[in-house]
Design a protein around this ligand. Structure first.
Ligand code: GDP
Ligand code: IMO
Ligand code: MG
Length: 421
């Protein structure tokens, strides 16, 4: 039995979807354990191009079973659409995708409240995906959530009544329109009936798997620095993103999570508000144009910056990363010079990321190293030896500062555009 967690070592969108897709082949179970459909994981393989929000990205491997753990929050319509999309693409998911009845549901009022909170914060807004993530997790931990299991008794209606009484008061006070109990009840009953064949307690499945030499691949959503506790609070997401969350979110004892793959983009991106120490602001610059990306979930433009190795090193320490998967190395091709942040200083002294809060990060001095770039297109390289010396040096430098070996290198978005070492 092996349990491998795949985590993003930056602010999300590191390329976890692609990594999970190519790692899934030798797995029995592929699982999501945190977050919700704020995630957007891109997978490009023989089945086509997909932006996946809830189903584990490893579902394309024929022998895998997909699990959506109780730590995940679910917008039922998004899950229904995703299942339909996968079935249409020839990825049969029936009988091999299971959703925990403990997972909490994103209700219409969560999405409305997410938007209202953001607007109230004005310039200080978090820049959420407006998928209702903050409000649904707030309800979860304040005992106000609604779960699939509530549909097996009259709990669903009882709990919905209470929540609508409370939530409608807030919505109306803030200028919104009250939700009707019957409408929400009927819509969500409909969702439940459609998704019922996929809902199943995962406890025995997972425990039996752990005892019978099965291989598990755990797919984190978001990144280390969007973690509620360790991220750049309050510019974070509402769930724990480090592998510790996989334990609670799936019911896997921490001692089993022995392999942790840190997916690291060769530069840095961030969507939404909050600090990005190495940010490149010059929108006309060559690097800005090269690094630019469109967010998979919201279609927003991602902010960009140079690689920040203090950030990656912190993620390695926090999550016990055993191996790194470096992505998007191909994007750096063609630059004359590449800059990398290798440390933070405050008042002339070396400090760690954790020594300052999110607002303090804007005031730290960044220690940069400059590297000579390479001009060759590396997207066809499939072995480390085929890379130009400058690219090899860049990879070695990452290993040295981050403190973990780079085992995979992405040289393109497709599944096979990967160097294995
Ligand atoms: P995730 O949320 O961590 O799964 O990452 P996203 O899918 O949101 O964003 C990563 C983007 O980079 C997607 O557009 C991927 O197709 C793309 N991508 C991943 N790995 C590579 C790579 O090695 N090279 C290139 N050029 N693109 C990549
Ligand atoms: P994947 O899994 C990048 C960011 C949002 C916002 C903050 C809070 O694709 O890497 P939320 O909607 O979660 O309340 O928003 O978190 N965010 C992500 N950024 N990738 C993601 O997921 C993200 N999920 C949330 O942009 O700044
Ligand atoms: Mg993404």
């Amino acid at each position: 039995m092996t349990v491998t967690a795949v985590i993003g070592s930056q602010w999300g969108d590191e390329g976890k979807g692609k990594a999970v897709d190519f790692l899934a082949e030798r797995m029995d179970y592929v699982a999501r354990f945190n977050g919700g459909n704020n995630a957007g994981h891109t997978v490009i393989n023989d089945f086509g191009t997909f932006k996946i929000h809830l189903v584990p990205s490893g579902i394309f491997a024929q022998n895998t079973t997909g699990l959506i753990g109780g730590g995940v929050v679910i917008d039922p319509q998004v899950l229904i659409d995703e299942i339909e999309m996968l079935n249409k693409a020839g990825v049969a998911v029936d009988g091999r995708l299971w959703v925990s009845p403990r997972s909490h549901l994103i209700m219409p009022y969560h999405k409305i409240l997410d938007g209202l909170y953001e607007e109230a914060k004005g310039a200080g807004a978090t820049g959420t995906t407006r998928r209702g993530i903050g409000p649904v997790f707030a309800d979860k931990v304040s005992y106000n959530g609604i779960r699939w299991t509530d549909f097996t008794s009259d709990m669903f209606e009882q709990r919905l009544q209470v929540q609508l009484t409370l939530k409608n008061k807030i919505i109306v006070a803030l200028g919104g329109e009250a939700l009707k109990f019957e409408d929400v009840r009927d819509t969500y009953r409909g969702y439940y009936l459609k998704l019922k064949p996929y809902i199943r307690e995962l406890f025995s499945l997972v425990q039996d798997g752990l005892k019978t030499e099965k291989n598990f691949l755990l797919e984190q959503a978001m990144g280390t620095f969007l973690d509620t506790d360790w991220g750049t609070y309050p510019f974070v997401t509402a769930s724990t993103t480090i592998p510790a969350a996989a334990s609670a979110g799936l019911g896997i004892p921490p001692k089993h999570i022995t392999n942790v793959i840190g997916v690291t983009k060769a530069y840095t991106t961030r969507v939404g508000g909050g600090p990005l120490p190495t940010e490149i602001h010059d929108v006309e610059s060559e690097v800005y144009k090269k690094f630019g990306e469109v967010a998979a979930t919201t279609g927003r433009i991602r902010r960009v910056g140079w690689l920040d190795l203090e950030i990656v090193r912190t993620a390695v320490d926090l999550s016990g990363v055993t191996e790194l998967c470096l992505t998007k190395l191909d994007v750096l091709s063609g630059l004359d010079e590449i800059q990398v942040c290798v440390g933070y200083q405050l008042n002339g002294k070396d400090i760690r990321y954790a020594d300052v809060d999110a607002y303090g990060l804007d005031t730290v001095a960044l220690v940069y190293k400059k590297f000579k770039g390479w001009q060759q297109d590396i997207s066809k390289a499939r072995s480390f030896d085929e890379l130009p010396q400058e690219a090899k040096d860049y990879v070695s430098m990452i290993e040295e500062y981050a403190g973990a070996p780079v085992k995979w290198i992405g040289v393109g978005p497709e599944r096979d555009a990967t160097i294995r070492r």
